[in-house]
Structure formats: structure tokens, C-alpha cells
Write a protein that binds this ligand. Structure first.
Ligand code: B12
Length: 511
């Protein structure tokens, strides 16, 4: 999914409203590699450089950039923030001494407070830092911010986002040719799924913006020419009253933006699916995870297969155009029969699109804690890594078996969907071909049939800007390599990407 970096865009508008100047860069934009970012820091001499990264996987790149910035400017104040930094603040501070402040949790009020106290952060709640004498300071947590309406809408003006819009979709968030962006209308999810760290990040709470505030942003987006929005909420479907009010607000204000969101299948909002479809909800994405109740229970998903079936059927009957199923394979105690059952289950459901990802374990999740207890990960040595469960847990099927059954399952699933639901499949393919390069659609469809010879989609080509070919298949390793090895991989990847693009360009010209 090519999404704009809404985290830094949110902080930018907060800072600007308070009278500060802000310049943003997206490291994922091929036009602003580290060298350009550093050059700009040298030129503009900011008071604070904030590096925002979401996940364990992008920590090595943030670390590398922080080291490069520090080498270029010994005095600039450097801050880290985002989910991974929040959950591992003290360890990150110790591992990256170049960074002055590791910021935990929501950043809006925190960054306002921090810019006022760059030389004396002792009183800034939520910051981890080091005193001149070397003592590590972990300031008190910030109370969870419940009044999300107080903050301005993200700054969508100041960052070149054409490259995001031109990114092909691996998962069809909202398949539309309209101008696209993301919004966040709520934060958190209280359910205890073993693979997720969101409850820890949000102290097990769910908080939301008021329907009026959400509608005001949508009106603004429509006025600015946006026609498609995806809500990056962890669980959009939690509160029926709020959704009802949002749908009503969309109708009352003649908002025609097509939107998508994700949520749980046991949501009480199911009755509202028809109202959502009427309010232009085009895409609903559900975490279905498995077709085996035993595996769902092992993942502590607290959902049943019947609930999944009911939610998908209800969504399709209500006229939601794309219903997506997220599945995980390679779970603890999952057998080959369970995996096959998952693919059978997916073919029974009326989902339009699907993804079957390998289960990975991240620090901060209940599964990580279990693995520490079982001696499969060493918290002190492994905290900045993530693992495919199959690489470390003997109760998970071997990687090759998972890969083989997944390829088989995908082949059968695609053939079955085309044969059993030809109209639905045709409509979807029509939309795919309208909104994605034809080559990418064909490659995505044929990949499970061709195996490793299948070639790359554009999305894979783009992702190689940061993940090098051989390493891509085992990205977890990237979180564990030395800076030099990572730098080398990034250099190789850029060269490879340039070669691929040149070849594609030559092919296009010849055609
Ligand atoms: C949207 C999203 C994506 C988008 C991101 C697009 C983009 N350019 O930003 C896409 C689809 C690309 C994506 C990909 C991945 N994601 Co993701 N993603 C999310 C999701 C659902 C929302 C993130 C978001 O936009 N939040 C809204 C903004 C406003 O919040 P924010 O970024 O956290 O920023 C706030 C604070 O953190 C803080 N802050 C942030 N930065 C800074 C910096 C400073 C200096 C300060 C002071 C404060 C601060 O202030 C902000 C405002 O309050 C989160 C779940 C979540 N709730 O965080 C998962 C999540 C971050 N993703 C996750 C994962 C695992 C991934 C992938 C590894 C998946 C995969 N296997 O490929 C990749 C890795 C991508 C990468 N390069 O890091 C995990 C991370 C777990 C972990 N511990 O590592 C999460 C937490 C989901 C989960 N339930 O576990 N993701």
C-alpha cells in the first residue's frame, strides 16, 4: 500500500499552527535519498530534526540516517518517534547515542513542549534522554491524549506526494483513479491478539475524533480535490453511534469521497454496512487470519469462523465493492491441514481480494513475551530484531512447507474464484486493469503459477529502493546487519533499481 506519511504530516501542522517553520522529507521518496536530506539540514540549520519511523523493519534505516546526520552536524538536536521507538525507548537511546531524544507515544503535544525545551528536556513528559554526565533519563509517561479534536488536520501541502500516488497498489486500499490520501479518525484497539503491539502502544485503550471533526476534514479534502481516502485506524468499526453519525454527515454534506477502512469481524457495526456503502465506503478490510478455529484461538483472536463468514456476507450484501481478507500463515501449532483449511475457508468466503502473510513476531507483542519465556528469543540480545515465527519456533511448520502450501493454495483460490464467482471476479479485474498497469495485474495473478521465475511487480521494484534483492526474501535479517552491510545493500539496491527502470523505460520506448 502506498500511503503518505501521515505521522509527520500531523506533527507538521501542529508545529506550524504554533508558529514554527517545518520542512518534511519522506525517505521512501526516491528523489530525496539521505544525501539530499543531509544537504538540506546543512543548508537550513534547523533547531530540531525529528526522525519518524513506524516499525522494527525501518529502525535500521532511521539509525543509519541519524548517524549520517550527526556526522554532518555535531550540534543539531535529533529526536526519534513512532511505534517502535516508543516501545523500545531506553534501548534505542543506548544503541543510538547520536539521538538526543527518544519520544514516546502521541507526538502532538510532546513536540510542542520539546521545541520549547531542547536544552532542558527534564520536564517534557514522554521523552527518554541522557544527562550530560551520562545518566539515562526516562521521563514520566504522557497521559493518553483523549481530546483528538484539538489538533489541526495533517499538513498535506508541504510534502511532494506524487511518488506515493504513482506507487502501484499491492493491496487495493481504495481502487480509484481519484486523488488519494489517508486519514486517521481513531487510535488503538483493545483486543489482545498475540501478534499485535497496538494495545501496548495505546495502553489498551481506543480513542476517537468526533464525527463532526472527521466530517470537517472530509469536507476540506473534497474541496482540495481529493476523491479517495483510506482510514488508517486500527479498528474503525468499534463504535456504531460514531459511524452512524459519520455516514449521516457524509450524506448531509454531499461528500462524494470514496473511502475504505479496516476492522474486526465481530463488530457491532455490521448493521451499519448498508449505510456505510451508501456513504461511499468502497473497501472493507478484515483481519480474518485463519480458517481454523484452533489457530484463531491460539492467536487469541477472540473471533469465530462464523463471525468472519457473517461479516463478509453482510458486507457484500450491503454493496461494499471490495472486501479484503488479511490472513496469516505459519502460526504456532498450525498444521498442514489447518493451512489447507484456511485456503478452503478463503474460497468459501465472498472476499474479493486476499493476502496470506507469514506470521512474524515483534517486541511488545504477547507472542514475543511468550517466546522470551520459552527461551526462543533473548530479550536483551534480540530486542531490535523481528523474526518469521517459522525461523525460531519448532511448533511452526518449516518455512519451505509454508511456502509450498501457500503457493498451492493461492493457485487453487484464484482458479476457484474465477470459476465460482465469474461476475464478481470480472468486475474486480476490470477495476484492477483500470487502476493498475496491465503488466502488474498480470504478474500478480500469474505469480503463484510461475513461482520464483514470475518476475517482479512494480511494487516490488519500488520496495527494492530500500530492500535489496537477496535480502528482500528474508527482510528480518536487515534489522540485524551492521551499518556498513546495510549501506552496501542500499547502494546495491539503488543501482539495481536504476538498471530495472532503465530496462523498463527502453522496453516502453520500443513498444
Ligand atoms: C498505515 C500503516 C502502514 C503504512 C505506512 C505508510 C506510511 N508512509 O506511513 C504501510 C501500509 C506502508 C505500512 C507498512 C508496514 N507496517 Co504498518 N502500520 C500502519 C498503521 C496501521 C498506521 C500508522 C499511521 O499512519 N498512524 C497514524 C500516525 C498519525 O501515527 P504515527 O505514525 O504513529 O505518529 C504519531 C506518533 O507515533 C508520534 N510520532 C511519530 N513519529 C514521530 C517523530 C517524533 C520526533 C515525535 C516527537 C513523535 C513522533 O506522533 C505522531 C502523532 O501522534 C500502524 C498501526 C498504528 N496504529 O500505528 C501499522 C504498524 C506501524 N505497521 C506495522 C508493520 C509491522 C508494518 C510492516 C513491517 C508490514 C510488512 N510486513 O511489510 C511495514 C513496514 C513499513 C515501514 N517501512 O516501516 C506494525 C509495526 C510493529 C512493530 N513493532 O514494528 C504496526 C504497529 C501495526 C501492528 N498492529 O503491529 N504500515
Amino acid at each position: 500500500m502506498g500511503f503518505p506519511p501521515i505521522g509527520i504530516m500531523s506533527l507538521s501542522s501542529v508545529l506550524k499552527r504554533a508558529g514554527h517553520e517545518v520542512v518534511m522529507f519522506d525517505q521512501a521518496n526516491p528523489e530525496t535519498p539521505n544525501e539530499i536530506i543531509i544537504e538540506e539540514i546543512r543548508r537550513q540549520r534547523p533547531a530540531l530534526v525529528g526522525l519518524s519511523f513506524l516499525s522494527t523493519t525501518s529502525y535500521p534505516y532511521a539509525k543509519l540516517l541519524a548517524r549520517q546526520i550527526r556526522a554532518a552536524d555535531a550540534n543539531v538536536k535529533l529526536a526519534f518517534g513512532g511505534v517502535f521507538a516508543s516501545l523500545n525507548a531506553q534501548l534505542v537511546k543506548l544503541q543510538v547515542p547520536e539521538v538526543d531524544f527518544v519520544c514516546r507515544g502521541d507526538g502532538e503535544q510532546l513536540i510542542l513542549d520539546l521545541v520549547e525545551r531542547l536544552d532542558d528536556p527534564a520536564a517534557v513528559a514522554g521523552v527518554t534522554w541522557q544527562e550530560r554526565g551520562g545518566r539515562l533519563r526516562h521521563n514520566v509517561n504522557r497521559p493518553l491524549d483523549r481530546d483528538l479534536d484539538q489538533w489541526p488536520f495533517p499538513d498535506r501541502e508541504s510534502l511532494a506526494l506524487d511518488f506515493v500516488e504513482s506507487m502501484p497498489l499491492d493491496v487495493p486500499a481504495v481502487l480509484s483513479l481519484e486523488r488519494f490520501t489517508t486519514m486517521q479518525t481513531s487510535r488503538g484497539c483493545p483486543w489482545p491478539c498475540v501478534f499485535c503491539d497496538i494495545p501496548v502502544f495505546n495502553e489498551g485503550k481506543w480513542r476517537s475524533r468526533s464525527p463532526e471533526h472527521v466530517i470537517a476534514e472530509m469536507r476540506q479534502l473534497q474541496a482540495d480535490g481529493y476523491g479517495a481516502v483510506y482510514f488508517v485506524d486500527d479498528h474503525f468499526l468499534l463504535q456504531p453511534k460514531r459511524i452512524q453519525a459519520i455516514c449521516k454527515g457524509i450524506g448531509d454534506n454531499d461528500i462524494r469521497i470514496q473511502w475504505g477502512c479496516e476492522g474486526r469481524v465481530d463488530s457491532t457495526c455490521m448493521e451499519l454496512f448498508p449505510a456505510m456503502a451508501k456513504a461511499h465506503c468502497r473497501t472493507l478490510m478484515f483481519g480474518l487470519e485463519s480458517g481454523s478455529q484452533r489457530v484463531l484461538d491460539r492467536l487469541n483472536k477472540e473471533q469465530t469462523l462464523e463471525e468472519a463468514e457473517r461479516a463478509v456476507t453482510k458486507a457484500k450484501d450491503s454493496g461494499i465493492q471490495i472486501v479484503h481478507g488479511f490472513f496469516v500463515v505459519g502460526c504456532p501449532d498450525e498444521t498442514e491441514a489447518d493451512m489447507r483449511e484456511t485456503f478452503r475457508f478463503a474460497s468459501r468466503l465472498r472476499i474479493d481480494t486476499f493476502g496470506f502473510n507469514r506470521l512474524c513476531v515483534y517486541r511488545g507483542t504477547p507472542l514475543w513475551q511468550e517466546y522470551v519465556r520459552r527461551g526462543l528469543v533473548d530479550d536483551a540480545a534480540d530486542w531490535y530484531k523481528y523474526f518469521k515465527c517459522s525461523s525460531i519456533d519448532p511448533t511452526v511448520l518449516p518455512g519451505e512447507t509454508i511456502h509450498r502450501i501457500r503457493q498451492e493454495g493461492l493457485r487453487k483460490l484464484i482458479v476457484y474464484k474465477l470459476a465460482r464467482y465469474p461476475v464478481q471476479a470480472f468486475k474486480l479485474l476490470y477495476r484492477f486493469f483500470r487502476h493498475m498497469p496491465a503488466g502488474d495485474v498480470l504478474r500478480l495473478l500469474s505469480k503463484p503459477f510461475l513461482g520464483p521465475k514470475g518476475g517482479m511487480t512494480n511494487a516490488e521494484v519500488v520496495s527494492r529502493a530500500v530492500e535489496h534483492a537477496e535480502l528482500k526474501s528474508d527482510a528480518a535479517w536487515l534489522t540485524q546487519v551492521s551499518d556498513e552491510a546495510l549501506e552496501h545493500a542500499m547502494h546495491e539496491s539503488r543501482a539495481e533499481r536504476a538498471r530495472i527502470q532503465a530496462a523498463a523505460e527502453a522496453e516502453r520506448r520500443a513498444a
